[in-house]
Design a protein around this ligand. Structure first.
Ligand SMILES: [Zn+2]
Length: 314
């Protein structure tokens, strides 16, 4: 945890001047049709201009930081940490990711909504890191795309062992070279993917929640008991594909990966369903991600119940 904090703060770039500015100006010239930003305010402005359900205030006042990671076009990748609270040992570390695919708007907006819930209810039950938008270049195009600005599907570019074995061939055969699923020239060829791998390796989450749309289901990769349902979404296993987050983190690294596929890419679920999904996630984590091998994972049942009450506000 300490390593992660040092890394994230040391790499956080708050300045808008300097070499990065020159580099991103160059990319702006090349990018054609992809809006991009170099600082937090500009990034938030572009996101809120694109997504009606994310206000500029939501983005700016939410405590998001520049992570130190950047997209291909030089747009900062934003993150937010909800660290352990004093004298409350968290049950586990959890990473939440939205916007892996830039045209799945709801997967980004809902992560912003969940952060608003946590802003009020963070009780120290878990140590969270949120990455609400992994693929800003895909979102911020005039016509948003699933892939990043080099046409790579970030959820086929993770450095899983299966990518090296069959990834490219699987794309040629099973995906029939569909450009929407292009896995890239080699595993982790993209800076967005490398950023995600670095977070996983430094933060060492005990569970990962990744949000997509529009298949309307819950999927589960890696160890642990899958949630049968979260909110109105029911479990339906999609199987493993080379280079996915589920394949890399779930299968190769043994971290449970819960994937939510929202029912619509364009339309956000109702506020009741947003809350129900969040409560479902937290309850599943409480019941399924005990960290028994680490001292801080030991829980006194009464304290746990107390925290749970606090978290859900009842
Ligand atoms: Zn997706």
């Amino acid at each position: 945890m300490e390593n992660f904090r040092r890394l994230s703060i040391a790499e956080t770039c708050r300045t808008r001047l300097g070499p990065a500015c020159l580099i991103t100006s160059f990319f702006l010239f090349l990018a054609g049709g992809i809006a991009h930003a170099t600082g937090l305010e500009e990034t938030c402005r572009l996101i809120s201009n694109k997504l009606a359900s994310v206000s500029l205030e939501d983005c700016l006042d939410g405590g998001l930081l520049l992570s130190g990671g950047y997209s291909v076009q030089g747009t900062p990748l934003l993150m937010k940490e909800y660290p352990p609270l004093e004298r409350r040992l968290p049950q586990a570390r959890v990473l939440v990711i939205g916007g892996v695919h830039g045209d799945e708007y709801s997967s980004i907006s809902i992560v912003f909504k969940w952060m608003r819930i946590l802003d009020i209810h963070h009780s120290g039950l878990f140590h969270w890191v949120f990455v609400p938008l992994l693929n800003p270049d895909g979102l911020l195009r005039d016509a948003s795309t699933r892939t990043n600005s080099r046409g790579v599907d970030l959820n086929r570019n993770m450095p899983s062992s299966s990518w090296r074995e069959v990834g490219y061939q699987r794309w040629l055969d099973a995906a029939k070279s569909n450009p929407r699923y292009y896995p890239g020239p080699h595993p982790m060829s993209e800076p967005e993917t490398e950023f995600l791998v670095n977070i996983i390796n430094s933060f060492k989450p005990h569970a990962i929640v990744s949000v997509h749309a529009p298949l309307c289901l819950v999927d589960h990769d890696g160890p642990g008991t899958p949630a049968k349902a979260l909110g109105n979404l029911s479990l339906r296993r999609l199987g493993n594909f080379p280079g996915t987050l589920g394949n890399y983190a779930g299968v190769d690294k043994g971290i449970p990966v819960v994937t939510l596929e929202l029912p619509s890419s364009a339309r956000l679920p109702s506020s009741g369903e947003i809350s129900a999904l969040w409560q479902g996630i937290v309850r599943w984590l409480i019941d399924n991600i005990p960290v028994e091998s680490e001292p801080e994972g030991m829980w006194v049942e009464t304290e746990r119940k107390e925290l749970e009450r606090e978290f859900f506000g009842k």
